[in-house]
Design a protein around this ligand. Structure first.
Ligand SMILES: C[S@@+](CC[C@H](N)C(=O)[O-])C[C@H]1O[C@@H](n2cnc3c(N)ncnc32)[C@H](O)[C@@H]1O
Length: 360
């Protein structure tokens, strides 16, 4: 390869990242403007005039957007010689991931919060100097909705039929009526799902994000459930009297400034025969392993700077684990240090998460 070829290749590699970033912005628009939903509702490839008519948007803008999406191979495009029209469509996979909120593979959550995530570039420049990051509320109310939309689809499809039954004896206890605490509960999706399924049990969600707690309160109100509540642990501390039967933490321990202290809090909350369900990112022990085995490693290290590690360093003494900071061995040694003695990885298939049953 000549020097010029190598330069061209590197430049292509670099600008393909910018193409990804800009196309991700177009995916955000497709979601927010209802373009994917409109295409899916049509049930067949449609012209941009048809999309514009059903969405009430300007055809010229819809056309440029659709050309980006088709060039990126996210939607299909075909030109009909007979009527001289180009039509854009969704494959069944695109319809599931882009336009079906009830599908477990629905993927619009991270794109929902893309502007807030990218806006963090403005704040974290300073963090590189000070070392101090920003908590989840720095992403505003839509940041919390984006997190909710990111995790809800898979949980809605799998939490009750797959995850809870994988824990020894937990479903029976939930049916009989026990106390459950979900820490880092976000907008409360898991709490509300479990509270509706197990009316004899009591569910308490804890989070430090005021935007997430406000969203959880709104959803609780809509649900009419009486066996769930949401709290800020800084004003309403988590029980420390070994009274909780099940503690759950979904994708949040690596975001916390003091994860070790949180594990000690969980140990103090849990009954001697209680269970902690730890769900966290499927990380490996070293950068080399993550970079080699995880095709999304670059995305995850970037999200860590903008969101997860920033949150985990949002206080000056934060541990700063970050998105890929809680591997199985790290989780095991931290849980052991917090006083847990039993640690079992569950056999549950998930694109980014690992699941552990941890007991005193
Ligand atoms: C990635 S979100 C996950 C939210 C939720 N579990 C879900 O699956 O949708 C991480 C959450 O952890 C919360 N968090 C961070 N530090 C916390 C702490 N010390 N105590 C409680 N929640 C915390 C954040 O505010 C954020 O809502």
């Amino acid at each position: 390869m000549t020097e010029t070829d190598a330069l061209k290749l590197f430049s292509f590699q670099l600008f393909s990242k910018l193409e990804g970033a800009v196309t991700a912005g177009m995916v955000h628009l497709g979601d927010q403007l209802g373009l994917y939903v409109a295409m899916n509702k049509a049930g067949r490839p449609v012209t941009t005039h048809e999309i514009a008519a059903t969405t009430g948007l300007s055809e010229r803008w819809v056309r440029e957007w659709a050309q980006n999406q088709a060039a990126a191979k996210l939607i299909t495009s075909s030109f009909d010689e007979n009527d001289g029209e180009r039509r854009f469509g969704l494959t069944p996979e695109a319809a599931a991931v882009l336009a079906t909120p009830s599908h477990p593979y629905y993927g619009m959550g991270m794109f929902h919060r893309l502007p807030q995530t990218m806006n963090a570039l403005e704040h974290v420049r300073e963090s590189f100097h000070t070392g101090v990051g920003h908590d989840y509320d720095s992403h505003g109310p839509q940041g919390a909705v984006g997190i909710e939309r990111s995790f809800e689809p898979w949980n809605n499809a799998n939490l009750l039929p797959v995850v809870l039954p994988a824990l020894t004896g937990v479903v029976e206890r939930l049916r009989a009526g026990v106390t459950v605490v979900d820490i880092g509960c976000g907008a409360g999706s898991a709490v509300l799902l479990m509270a509706a399924e197990f009316p004899a049990s009591k569910f308490l969600g804890y989070d430090i994000s005021q935007f997430a707690l406000a969203r959880a309160a709104e959803k609780l109100d809509e649900s009419g459930l009486r066996n769930a509540s949401f709290h800020d642990p800084r004003t309403s501390p988590i029980a420390a009297d070994h009274s909780v039967d099940l503690v759950t933490t979904f994708d949040c321990i690596h975001d916390m400034t003091q994860p070790q202290r949180m594990m000690e809090t969980i140990r103090a909350a849990i009954k001697p025969d209680g269970v902690w369900l730890l769900v966290d990112i499927k990380a490996l022990d070293s950068f080399e392993e993550n970079a080699r085995k995880n095709p999304m490693a670059a995305l995850m290290y970037g999200i860590s700077v903008l969101s997860c590690m920033s949150s985990a360093l949002s206080e000056p003494d934060g541990e700063g684990l970050g998105t890929l900071g809680l591997s199985e061995s790290k989780a095991r040694s931290m849980a052991t240090a917090a006083g847990f003695t039993r640690f079992r990885r569950l056999d549950i298939d998930h694109a980014v998460n690992a699941f552990y049953e941890i007991r005193p």
